[in-house]
Design a protein. Structure first.
Length: 302
């Protein structure tokens, strides 16, 4: 099957290579000429602009957008809406907000263009292992493009899953990422407790032990074990942890729906705290203890 790939960052480039390996014809565009050259070497047809990309594909066309969520996605979809025609399909494989995907789907539908929102999970291992995809939008458009999803998903799995109407693919991915926050934080807290005890525990050995037969085994634990093997104390890393935004959206959704998500919310707040240097809240706690009990407090370094 033929398709256009827009955005050749690490994820987009790996997806392009996986599609090429499974027999698809890919015409690819990225503002970076080096990124385009890289996938050309893998067998893709490079395009110097969106106009050239669209013209290179036969009708009906499928355009896979793999760019950062937000303004870049918005600009790309708007440009495509002016270049494509009725019967074409736009797939947003990035982590866009599901409400934005609903809006984009409605706008493109007015021109007869199908829009599929595709939540994509798999990270840097997707090229090797395949990607877990959750797709929302027209069922007919999904079936028409199913060979693409089947090629990207792990073999013999429901990895390319149609989940429902427009917005639902990105909604499911949003919740997926919220769960990911909670799982990661649970592992973090458990291993901190292990390290804090005077037993001199070998964290890597314990992680390896838990990977087999344990009820808490997972791919995340596999990654923990791998990182601890490479660097037992993780001394080269900062404790600063960023967030992509989907955890925030998940927590906001829980507020809007009045569905409690205490674990996911606490995990998100832990990331916020990780970015603060000597935060006011901690200093205020010290001040209150000093004020009501005369407790000794640690002074700030000058």
């Amino acid at each position: 099957m033929q398709l256009g790939m827009i955005g050749l960052g690490r994820m987009g480039g790996n997806m392009t290579e996986r599609l090429l390996r499974t027999g698809h014809e890919v015409v690819a565009f990225d503002p970076s000429a080096d990124a385009v050259s890289h996938v050309e070497a893998k067998g893709a047809v490079g395009a110097g602009s969106l106009d050239v990309l669209v013209d290179a594909l036969t009708v009906p066309r499928t355009m896979w957008v793999m760019v950062p969520s937000g303004d870049v996605t918005e600009q790309t979809v708007q440009q495509l809406s002016m270049l494509l025609q009725a019967g074409d399909t736009v797939i947003d494989g990035g982590n866009s907000n599901y409400r934005e995907s609903q809006r984009r789907a409605a706008a493109l539908a007015g021109k007869g263009i199908d829009f599929l929102d595709c939540g994509t999970s798999g990270g840097v291992w997707g090229l090797q292992n395949g990607y877990c995809l959750t797709i929302g939008g027209s069922r007919e458009a999904y079936e028409r493009n199913r060979p693409i999803f089947d090629s990207l998903a792990p073999a013999e799995t429901p990895g390319g899953l149609y989940v429902g109407p427009s917005g639902s693919g990105h909604y499911v991915k949003m919740i997926h990422n919220g769960i990911e926050y909670g799982l990661m934080q649970a592992y973090v807290e458990g291993f901190e407790l292990l390290a804090a005890k005077e037993f001199g525990l070998d964290l890597h050995a314990i992680a390896e032990n838990w990977r087999y037969g344990s009820v808490i085994r997972s791919w995340l634990l596999d990654l923990v074990a791998d990182q601890l093997e490479q660097e037992p104390g993780l001394e080269s890393l900062s404790s600063y942890v960023d967030d992509s935004g989907e955890g925030r959206w998940t927590v906001q959704e829980s507020v809007d729906l009045a569905v409690p998500t205490p674990v996911i919310t606490a995990a998100l707040h832990a990331r916020f705290r990780s970015r603060q240097d000597n935060p006011l809240g901690g200093r205020m706690l010290s001040a209150m203890r000093r004020g009501f009990g005369g407790h000794a407090v640690k002074k700030a370094d000058k």
